[in-house]
Design a protein around this ligand. Structure first.
Ligand code: LLP
Length: 400
């Protein structure tokens, strides 16, 4: 049990707390599911990009899936070996491609024909051969929130099968390109296995037809997306997930790369916030807290549900909205939730906040971002200090 109240007393609120032991067991559970197969778990850094978190996964053997050169730099700094780093994303700048190639990462996930052209040109300029993988958009509905669906032709991600094939053939004839992998990622917070299986079958079939024309790929990159339980969702087990992928591969001899983010961190993270006031507008009850949408955006952006626990509080519960101090009606952590009567300084624990929590934060309303705490083997340590006003204005000019 994590000592939330003492942590809040020591470090103040709002506060992010990450259970490093829970992250570790999630990592092992997924890795174990692929036992007996060559596999790399490339942690999706975007889910929680704190350097200590990345370092923790690196120490367990993880690689890193990155979506900007900033994330690649974080991964390198945290000790992820370059040969386990991938660089994905629909819009990479030339400087980012150049730096990734100089850093000698495992491969760049290419997402368009135009991008392939840039990668080839930059490789030639550098006198290097660029290792690439192509992100295929299998046109599968992943049955998740539309904002986090990525595997339909309606979405901006990847290329269709025909285009992918053309790109592989082009790479085969290009001296500065070496196609080493194939990639798909159909969406996030997936709770149904079927769409993942269907996508994997489509992509594995493409891999086979490529091998028939002598394009032999080593890496089968299945993206991320495995959902977690926020409320009462029944989600995919690592074992079933791995079995579905292996079923689609049917004996293809490849190294499986997966890019889990949420699965590794979501339920290992907590967001602590203190009650400022109780208030009523007519019949409507609001509990105003010191954490806000700038700290944890998911409820406002996706109407995402996060379980919120009133620590050590008993008493009759009634319906309330839990809202923050930001000047937006959309600033809430929960709507119509049941809570006992709260008092000034009571602590609320927001669960499942370890993925896409701190990382999607902002300084809106000139609010400094929370501190981040690692809790491991019964000990807490601060892995990011609370932002100060001075931090927030440090880059601004001409105000004196
Ligand atoms: N690989 C690629 C190419 C991705 O685009 C993503 C997530 C992942 C891996 C990791 O997916 P995961 O295992 O975490 O589902 N902000 C949203 C989630 C956006 C996910 C974007 N891509 C949220 O808070 O739900």
């Amino acid at each position: 049990m994590i000592p939330f109240q003492p942590l809040a007393n020591t470090y103040g609120t709002p506060l992010y707390v990450y259970d490093f032991d829970a992250m570790q067991s999630q990592y092992h559970e997924l890795k174990e599911a692929f036992r007996g197969r060559k596999s790399i778990l490339a942690y999706a850094v975007k889910a929680n990009s704190n350097l200590s978190v990345i370092k923790h996964f690196a120490s367990l053997g993880a690689g890193a899936d990155c979506v900007s050169i900033g994330e690649v730099r974080r991964a390198l700094l945290a000790g992820v070996p370059p040969y386990k780093i991938l660089f994905s994303g629909v819009g990479k700048r030339d400087e980012e491609i150049r730096e990734a190639m100089i850093s000698d990462i495992l491969y760049i996930n290419v997402e368009s024909e135009a991008e392939l052209g840039r990668v080839e040109m930059i490789a030639k300029e550098l006198g290097k051969v660029a290792r690439i993988s192509i992100r295929v958009n299998p046109n599968i509905d992943p049955q998740t929130h539309p904002y986090i669906s990525t595997g339909l032709h309606d979405n901006k991600f990847g290329v269709d099968l025909e285009t992918a094939k053309r790109m592989y053939i082009r790479s085969k004839h290009a001296t500065a390109l070496e196609a080493v992998g194939i990639h798909f990622h159909i969406g996030s917070q997936l709770t149904q296995l079927e769409p993942i299986y269907e996508a994997a079958v489509i992509v594995a079939d493409l891999m086979r037809s490529l091998s028939a024309i002598d394009v032999n790929l080593k890496f089968f990159d299945i993206g991320g997306g495995v959902g977690v339980c926020y409320n009462d969702e029944v989600t995919i087990t690592p074992y079933d997930y791995a079995q579905a992928i292996l079923g689609a591969l049917k004996g293809l001899d490849v190294t499986i790369i997966s890019e889990p983010g949420r699965f590794l961190t979501a339920n290992a993270g907590y967001f602590l916030t203190k009650v400022l006031y109780e208030k009523r507008n007519g019949e409507k009850r609001f509990v105003v807290v010191d954490g806000a949408m700038n700290d944890l955006l998911r409820p406002s952006l996706y109407k995402a549900y996060h379980r919120i626990e009133a620590l050590d509080k008993v008493g009759e519960e009634s319906v309330a909205d839990i809202v923050g101090p930001v000047c937006e009606s959309g600033d809430f952590l929960a709507k119509a939730t049941l809570l006992p009567m709260m008092e000034h300084n009571d602590l609320l624990v927001v669960h499942s906040a370890g993925a896409y929590g701190f990382g999607m934060g902002s300084n809106y309303n000139t609010r400094g971002r929370s501190a981040e705490i690692a809790y491991q083997k019964g000990e807490a340590r601060m892995i990011r200090a609370r932002e100060t006003f001075e931090d927030l204005i440090a880059l601004e000019r001409e105000y004196l």
